[in-house]
Design a protein around this ligand. Structure first.
Ligand code: NI
Length: 139
């Protein structure tokens, strides 16, 4: 059984690879290479696998998951300049792919301390940047 919880956050970024020339960056990233950046209203989905517990009938308590995702991920990226405010993204391009990997890593590395006794496992992190563009990390 898999439960999915959906969150939203807003952030800005600029897609620019330091190893490429300005012309190569412009050609590769197009408008997303604009020097002053641009913003997105992102959607974050977190999926959890497990069995509903016997008394509340839930795979994971919603409030506990929301609090965990807020403190472990959303607080670090909501209303952030991803290129500069998030130290893990300073040296890499803040694409949907890299952002999804980072959020998965944050949640996964803190997961057992929070949910280890509940039997609930982190199954999937999905970030939607636009209606046309989303990325998911599983496992
Ligand atoms: Ni963008």
């Amino acid at each position: 059984m898999r439960l999915t919880r959906r969150y939203s956050f807003s952030a800005s970024h600029r897609l620019h690879a330091g190893v490429l020339s300005d012309a190569e960056n412009e050609s590769l990233f197009g408008k997303c290479n604009n020097p002053f950046g641009h913003g997105h209203n992102y959607v974050l989905e977190v999926s959890v696998t497990g069995e509903p517990d016997g008394f509340a009938g839930m795979v994971v308590p919603r409030g506990k998951l929301d609090d965990f995702v807020g403190r472990t991920a959303l607080d670090r990226i909501d209303h952030a300049d991803l290129n500069n405010d998030v130290k893990e993204l300073r040296e890499i391009v803040p694409t949907t792919e890299n952002l999804s990997l980072l959020v998965h890593r944050w949640l996964n590395s803190a997961w057992d301390a929070e949910f280890g006794d509940d039997g609930a496992r982190l199954d999937r992190v999905r970030i939607e940047e636009t209606a046309r563009n989303s990325c998911e990390v599983t496992g």
